[in-house]
Design a protein around this ligand. Structure first.
Ligand SMILES: Nc1ncnc2c1ncn2[C@@H]1O[C@H](COP(=O)(O)OP(=O)(O)OP(=O)(O)O)[C@@H](O)[C@H]1O
Length: 489
């Protein structure tokens, strides 16, 4: 082996091992294999030179590079025909005297492949054996475990044994021992993990320090779609390995004397009914939401309530401008350590700025008529399930949630058109859709029975108040700053 200019300086991005040239490029590792093919003989028995093979591996897909006693081994995630990646390795024989230089080159490759992402993450993996269609454990073993192993993640895998177990685990977690909690489930387990971290005396510190991620094994899998833009377990595992710590707004929900945290959405009306009233048809997977919507649309379309919103941005054009400015703002490289510093100084859960739902309505909130409410839907993330970019203008940590309301008296044809326009993104601009960016709201249902959904979990059908805490939680994302969702146009 020799490096291209026979120098082993760290800046030397090309390595030559046995006539194979390996170059660390801006986005990929370029492999130029000039070795003669061992078994490629012509009809007269002469060894034919193998045609030069150009092979590029995206740096994002590179999981590991190590020098063993006699080989350089590079592990990477290779896309397979289906929407998946599988771990593949290439290896090149090396000699003892080349080892030090090659080790240095391998480090350089890993630096480029991981960039700002933490290498060898310490992961607490929680598997819900009943998540989604009940296949979370086998999905984990088959699609995620090999990716984590190739990336040399430190793993501590535990099955959840009962409802609320993930909450208890998070509440008692040694937060210094893990970089992230990875849930193999639907959005129900991350909801429990955020709430478990939020129950601790050092809640703010725990929520700032511990990232939460989801391997998509449920029906909606909102956290994975937003953070990584995929519904594939193996691609999500790769995204966790390469994921960047990203602050996430969390929303305090107060109901009577309880206080919980929401990371995804709060719904009342048709969406809550579709989400929670379709548990009996879980076998349908994500289709159950559409099916539920159509059934509900044929029956009831109005869910009367009182609503008051602390509106921060009230019209669609201003919301689009806010989205464009926030999503392109320069990143402060020290933002995460500053946030951790603040959380360490005042580690308790932040006080409620607007009190609870049992207090007087605060001054300056906009009262919205809810007599004929059809859909009240507040989102902290954009995508609620595959192809459902319900809140295109949401941002992970702008300190605002997007509140969408649709009157229940819109015609069935309009409601169906709206549903069909969600994947195209034209939904946002439809005149019957009201959108406000808010920092808090209160909702009081008029009826005695019905559904309120917080992150897909059913909560008592009674008045609740929501208030955002900017950047209180932490997730892993691909970009480090925005969701993998198309913004408003
Ligand atoms: N061993 C268990 N037995 C019973 N319930 C469990 C167990 N482990 C976890 N749970 C509960 O299962 C619920 C569903 O969790 P999960 O996140 O997997 O799916 P989900 O939210 O229903 O997903 P989706 O709705 O997207 O299918 C959670 O409320 C959790 O408390």
């Amino acid at each position: 082996m020799s490096s291209q200019d026979d120098s082993s300086e760290p800046h030397d991005t090309t390595l030559i091992v046995e006539s194979v040239s390996l170059t660390i490029g801006a986005d990929s590792l370029l492999i130029l294999d000039d070795r003669p093919a061992k078994a490629d003989r012509s009809c007269c028995g002469l060894l034919q030179p193998k045609p030069e093979t150009n092979h590029a591996i995206s740096l994002y897909n590179i999981l590991g590079a190590e020098v063993t006693a006699s080989n350089l081994v590079i592990a990477y995630a290779q896309h397979s025909a289906k929407n998946d990646v599988s771990v593949t390795t290439v290896q090149y024989p090396i000699s003892e005297k080349e080892k030090v230089a090659i080790e240095r080159w391998a480090q350089q490759l890993l630096d480029a492949a991981y960039a700002k992402a933490l290498r060898g993450k310490r992961l607490k993996v929680l598997v819900n054996p009943f998540g989604g269609k009940g296949t979370a454990a086998s999905l984990y073993q088959r699609y995620a475990a090999p990716v984590f192993a190739a990336a040399k993640c430190q793993l501590d895998v535990q099955n959840t044994e009962y409802r609320g177990h993930a909450l208890e685990i998070a509440e008692n977690l040694d937060i210094d021992a893990y970089d992230a909690v990875v849930c193999c489930s639907g959005d129900g387990l991350p909801y429990e993990v955020f709430n478990g971290l939020g129950k601790r005396p050092d809640a703010r510190k725990a929520l700032a320090q511990t990232a939460v991620a989801l391997l998509p094994c449920g029906s909606g899998n909102g956290l994975t779609w937003n953070a990584f833009g995929t519904g594939s377990v193996s691609i999500a595992a790769l995204a966790i390995v390469k994921g960047l710590r990203t602050p996430l707004d969390l929303v305090s929900i107060s109901q009577k004397d309880s206080r919980t945290l929401s990371f995804l959405s709060q719904s009342f009306g048709i969406v809550a009914e579709c989400d929670l009233g379709t548990e009996n048809i879980r076998w349908m997977g994500a289709q159950r939401f559409t099916y539920g919507f159509l059934i509900r649309l044929m029956r009831q379309t109005i869910w009367p309530c009182d609503i008051a919103v602390k509106v921060e941005i009230g019209d669609k054009e201003a919301i689009k401008e806010h989205y464009a400015a926030w999503s392109t703002r320069p990143q402060d490289p020290d933002a995460d350590s500053k946030r951790l510093g603040i959380a360490a100084e005042s580690p308790g859960l932040p006080e409620l700025k607007y009190g609870t739902v049992t207090d007087e309505l605060p001054q300056g909130w906009q009262v919205i008529s809810g007599e004929t409410m059809g859909n009240f839907y507040a989102g902290n993330m954009a995508i609620m399930s595959k192809d459902t970019n319900m809140f295109p203008a949401t941002l992970p940590d702008d300190g605002l949630m997007d509140v969408v309301t649709i009157d229940g008296t819109v015609s069935r044809a309009t409601a169906l058109t709206m549903m069909n326009e969600i994947p195209s993104g034209r939904f946002f601009d439809m005149p019957d859709l009201n959108v406000r960016k808010a920092s808090a709201f209160r909702l009081v249902p008029h009826q005695k029975e019905g559904y309120i959904s917080i992150d897909g979990e059913r909560v008592p059908f009674e008045a609740f108040q929501a208030e955002v805490h900017q950047g209180l939680g932490t997730i892993l994302t691909k970009s480090g700053c925005i969701y993998e969702a198309a913004g408003p146009r």
